[in-house]
Design a protein around this ligand. Structure first.
Ligand code: FPP
Length: 237
């Protein structure tokens, strides 16, 4: 596939799966059909990440702001996630993909929460770790982490002076996961939209003019090639 063999991929890629609604609209289909096509695209890209040797794939599946959408659309996305996780739990050994969930899961249905917890607890050191951002917001994550740290201070377990960036990392949903080197946003929008605000401080952003359901392994190759063309200095010279 394309020229991926010659490029060492980043170990962690994060994707804002944007453009499902527009993809459906262009075809005169309901928005849920766009999300179903988006879920297929995700399957394709997760498989391709395994082929490339990408260790972590983080995807924005449902944001804290997405609750503003119609009940019908929300139910459709939740149904797709449920179906995917049921399937993934069945095929975990074969697919060698494991899961983490970033976000406040308590607002999800008990059934979906159980699937998430089952998937997370059965996750071993497989080839790829998919991090699903579900009911996730970057600001919400930082507030959640600050509250958890403050709680430990209030209990006398820690002192405020102890807090460093490294320690704060441990209170985030992403604790233990290295920061993404590459964040991709398809669909032509050029915004971060509250995604991985803390973790993407030094990530390379690649914005692409393709709707998520049309995103192919070749697009991923293109994004990785663009990442390799950039000169990452981390604030140095
Ligand atoms: C953003 O596109 C997409 C979402 C809010 C939902 C993403 C969810 C999925 C791809 C399905 C989840 C299931 C699995 C298995 C990954 P948009 O609807 O905002 O698109 P638009 O900007 O064109 O309207």
């Amino acid at each position: 596939m394309a020229n991926s063999e010659s490029l060492v991929p980043p170990q962690h890629i994060a994707i804002i799966m944007d453009g499902n609604g527009r993809w459906a609209k262009q075809r005169g289909l309901p928005r849920t059909a766009g999300h179903a096509a988006g879920a297929e695209s995700f399957r394709r890209i997760a498989n391709y990440c395994r082929t490339l040797g990408v260790k972590y794939l983080t995807v924005y599946a449902f944001s804290t702001e997405n609750w503003k959408r119609s009940q019908d659309e929300i139910a459709g996305i939740m149904r797709l996630l449920r179906r995917y996780l049921e399937e993934a739990l069945r095929d975990m050994e074969k697919n060698r993909v494991c899961f983490r969930f970033f976000g406040d899961l308590t607002r999800l249905s008990p059934q979906l929460q159980k699937l998430c917890l089952d998937a997370q607890s059965r996750s071993q050191d497989y080839d790829v770790q998919v991090n699903f951002c579900l009911n996730y917001g970057g600001r919400d994550e930082i507030v959640h982490a600050a509250r958890a740290f403050a709680d430990e201070v209030a209990q006398g377990k820690r002192s405020p002076e102890e807090l460093t960036e490294g320690l704060f990392d441990n209170f985030l949903y992403s604790a233990g996961v290295p920061d993404p080197e590459l964040v991709i946003r398809p669909s032509g929008e050029k915004r971060i939209s509250n995604f991985l605000l803390w973790q993407s401080a030094y990530s390379e952003y690649v914005f692409m003019n393709v709707l998520w359901p049309d995103f192919t392994p070749e697009h991923l190759d293109e994004a990785i090639a663009e990442y390799h063309r950039r000169n990452r200095r981390f604030g140095g010279t």
